[in-house]
Design a binder for this molecule. Structure first.
Ligand code: NAD
Length: 834
């Protein structure tokens, strides 16, 4: 039985911030959805919902994977449409956070629920059992909590909370749907106020604010210390509050104060005076353009508590702190924070200490095991690692000793020692090969055995946990076929080879190209098929510009500069050391045209080899697939892309055009989409996207742009793409797989096509929308896509188009402006507009 299929239609009650966005994500997953709200007092009865649907189209980042999806949300109101509820297998309630209002609504809708429908509330902190009490007793076994995080499309976490009567099988079914159908990370939480993620996350924010005040640290300093340096979002602590909304945060804190009288840290559950003052002034954060921070022109100013005024924000961390903060090994980092007398180090240590203390004491009350707590904080607050993971990685017993010593010395926020289980025996952490620590049974609980997780060969890994799914990967963490600095070809114990890149951002350099050629040879000789899949996103940030130029530089004889550039290439964003100019490098390099051509030709050879391999090559994509990354996927027999794949041919950003077969595929695809009719409208779409360097903001949009074909697959859960890619190989080889026949008769738009595209660009140039160089690059793209200087409707083959790509690539590379763009990208990691 396929449990996913049972949820055919969903109703969402409440078209507010959460309800509307949950509805959007349901249609992202192709689940037809009815969105309810109160009937409007005046005008169109569905007015409230219609307004919310309009709002969805304007929100950034977009809750909709494509604007077209919104048509699958049907607007409804409780006055006219309650009968429609009978069609729904799942009803999600997301109305205002009031027990009385929610209870009233339950009475109203209960008689209309389908016989097997699940009813779930998205409350962020109210008691599920209390809410269940408002539900008819006969239906209570189908009631539960389903806590999405804002924004629901992007936040991975959903907490599922049973009430006393909830049917266990039904919750399993719901989890299956959430994980595979909607792509979420599900954590089962106990019915305690604010559940797991908000309970820990908000405590961490309060503890941070408390210690910052004690140490007299400014909001900007705290944010500089508690963001990426700790593996947390850039918005860190106080910027996060501004984004969430200071009023919303105050509401959550007040819920904790009102409902957690027994919590030993209760005295800290209070909204600080300064925050109350801001709220009273209507300074609610980002939504009211003023909060803890204020944007003034281009400058970000921060509230200074001493003066009550906003001052320039300096985001600088203390002298000597940077090195400590950059340390990636938690054992060294926490040891330094613990022993370093610098007030900023002591602040951070105090914050970690109290959060660890809180987690250890509360674990048994709020979660089944330590994995659920860590995952909830990772997925709900965007931390790279959860609190227990960090503690374990830092040396469990050592850190426990420090915490207990601080508690004994009266330094901690609460005076009771760590619970006994923490230091029992020779425990060295909470995650190990058996599972994660579960206080109820004092055992290590393995991961869920729910069949849906059999689709995740490599689920998200916690520090200290064993990673792979034993039934799906029978050879440990995979067996290597061959490996070098740039790639690893490997398998999981079946007959499918997997190619993963080892390069930074999975950029494609010379060795990657050689390895692709070798991997395809290998796959044809011994394997059923080849999957290109990365163990972490991105799929690929594109060609490694530096390595691509390496051959040319060597011939120019400037080994010193090459060394510098190589070093630079190993750093994030390829920053060039010492600002050494690249202009000379290119001037020398392009003197050696055959060498440059050889590199480009190898790129084309690699993508053509992928396309015409005797066994299917499937690209399993998650995250960025840009430039050369996009060209690889366009040449694959099949693409399996997670919804959050951001795909585009962005070469114009560095002043060149797609020359690894991407331009050629665009021409080919427009010809095949035109089905013998006028190909120009199809071609123009590819042209615009390439000439503007557009990146699709979802896999759905990539399909609309033509980078994914109708036959390619979009998968909601990124941890499932490898599994689905394998299934695709099985499907493709079930009938005798054959590569496509060579395209030898491709109709092109020729001279008239080029002229039309150029005319449009002339207008943009004269209107000041594009630069001279944009125009030049655009002309090269137009010429290539239209098949060059030929009659409209001429028939060409793939090699003709590839030759055009190479010719224009070399010509553009010879221009100073293109060289400046490449140099700027290497230095700054973003495109230069010149
Ligand atoms: P919201 O204020 O944006 O929307 C609430 C909706 O409820 C509105 O559309 C309103 O018309 C409707 N409503 C108000 N009173 C009603 C009544 N008596 N009967 C029927 N409908 C009524 O709220 P929100 O932020 O979307 O929150 C909705 C739920 O989701 C709450 O339970 C909240 O705790 C929870 N939640 C919110 C967030 C968040 O970040 N906003 C995150 C997770 C969970």
């Amino acid at each position: 039985m396929n449990q996913n299929l049972q949820i055919r239609k969903v109703a969402v009650l409440g078209a507010g911030v959460m309800g509307a966005q949950i509805a959007a994500h349901l249609v992202n997953a192709n689940v037809p959805t009815i969105l309810f709200d109160l009937a409007a007092r005046e005008g169109e009865p569905n007015g409230i919902v219609n307004k919310a649907l309009e709002g969805l189209k304007k929100l950034e980042p977009s809750p909709l994977a494509s604007p077209a999806k919104v048509q699958y949300i049907v607007a409804a109101n409780y006055q006219q449409h309650l009968e429609k509820l009978r069609e729904c297998d799942l009803v999600i309630e997301a109305i205002a956070e009031r027990v009385d209002w929610k209870s009233d609504l339950y009475h109203k809708v209960a008689p209309y629920l389908g016989a097997h429908a699940i009813f779930a509330t998205n409350t962020s902190g109210l008691s599920i059992n209390q809410l269940a009490a408002a539900f008819p007793e006969s239906l209570r076994h189908r009631f539960c909590g389903i806590h999405f995080f804002n924004p629901p499309r992007y936040m991975h976490l959903v907490e599922l909370i049973a009430c006393e009567n909830t049917d266990v099988g039904l919750l399993d079914q719901l989890e299956t749907f959430l994980v595979s159908g909607l792509g979420k990370g599900v954590v089962r939480a106990k019915d305690t106020p604010n559940f797991i993620a908000n309970r820990i996350g908000v405590f961490s924010l309060l503890a941070t604010a408390h210690h910052a005040r004690q140490m007299g640290l400014g909001f900007d300093t705290v944010d500089a210390l508690t963001g990426r340096y700790l593996g947390r979002p850039k918005s860190a602590t106080f910027r996060t509050l501004d984004v969430v909304g200071l009023d919303t945060f105050a509401h959550v804190v007040n819920t904790m104060r009102d409902n957690l009288a027994d919590d030993p840290w209760h005295q800290y559950f209070a909204v600080p005076n300064w925050l109350e003052k801001l709220i009273a002034q209507g300074a609610l954060g980002q939504k009211s353009k003023r909060g803890i921070y204020q944007k003034s022109g281009k400058e970000i100013r921060v509230l200074d508590l001493a003066s009550g005024e906003y001052r320039a924000s300096d985001n600088e961390v203390g002298l000597g702190m940077k090195e400590l903060l950059r340390e990636r090994d938690w054992a060294k980092k926490l040891a330094m924070l613990h022993s370093n007398p610098h007030p900023q180090a002591q602040f951070l240590w105090a914050m970690f200490r109290d959060v660890f203390h809180y987690c250890a004491l509360q674990l048994e009350h709020i979660a089944d095991n330590a994995r659920d707590l860590d995952c909830a904080v990772r997925w709900g607050f965007g931390w790279d690692s959860g609190p227990f993971e960090i503690w374990q990685a830092a040396g469990w017993q050592q850190v426990a000793g420090w915490i207990n010593a601080d508690i004994a010395a009266g330094k901690a926020m609460f005076s009771a020692p760590l619970p006994a289980w923490v230091t029992e025996g020779s425990r060295n952490g909470v995650h190990n090969a058996q599972g994660s620590y579960a206080p109820a049974g004092k055992t290590y609980q393995p991961r869920s055995a729910l069949p849906v997780y059999q689709r995740q060969i490599f689920p998200e890994r916690l520090l200290g946990e064993v990673v792979f799914n034993k039934s799906l990967c029978t050879v440990g963490t995979g067996e290597t076929i061959f490996e070098n600095e740039s790639v690893r070809l490997w398998h999981t114990g079946d007959d499918i080879a997997i190619l993963s890149f080892n390069t930074k951002m999975h950029v494609i350099g010379d060795e990657v190209l050689d390895s692709i050629l070798r991997a395809v040879d290998e796959a044809e000789a011994r394997w059923r098929g080849l999957i290109i899949w990365q163990t972490e996103p991105p799929f690929s940030a594109g060609a490694n510009l530096l390595q691509l130029m390496q051959g040319m530089q060597e011939s120019a004889g400037d080994a010193g500069m090459l060394g510098k550039l190589k070093q630079a290439a190993n750093r994030v964003k390829y920053t060039v050391a010492g600002g050494g100019g690249m202009g000379d490098l290119f001037k020398a390099a392009i003197g050696d045209v055959p060498r440059v051509e050889a590199v480009i030709a190898k790129f084309q050879q690699a993508t053509m080899r992928i396309k015409y391999a005797k066994v299917p090559v499937v690209s399993a994509v998650d995250g960025l697939a840009l430039g050369g990354g996009c060209e690889i996927i366009m040449h694959s027999a099949r693409v399996v892309a997670s919804l959050e794949s951001y795909i585009g041919l962005v070469e114009v950003g560095v002043g060149v055009l797609p020359a690894g077969g991407g331009s050629k595929e665009a021409t080919l695809r427009s010809a095949s989409e035109a089905k013998g009719g006028d190909l120009f409208p199809f071609l123009r779409r590819y042209f615009q996207n390439i000439a503007m360097g557009e990146v699709a903001k979802s896999a759905e949009l990539a399909r609309e742009m033509g980078y994914l074909r109708p036959s390619d697959r979009i998968v909601l859960n990124r941890f499932e793409i490898l599994h689905v890619a394998k299934q695709e190989i099985h499907a493709l080889t079930a009938t005798d797989y054959r590569p496509p026949l060579p395209a030898t008769q491709i109709p092109v738009a020729g001279r008239p096509g080029i002229a039309t595209l150029q005319a449009a660009m002339v207008n943009m140039l004269e209107g000041g929308f594009i630069s001279e160089h944009d125009y030049k690059v655009g002309c090269a793209v137009a010429d290539t896509l239209c098949g060059g200087d030929v009659e409209a409707g001429s028939l060409v083959d793939e090699q003709w188009l590839l030759d055009l790509e190479r010719k224009h690539f070399i010509a553009l590379l010879a221009t100073e402006k293109t060289q400046a763009r490449i140099e700027y990208m290497l230095k700054n990691g973003k495109p230069l507009r010149n």
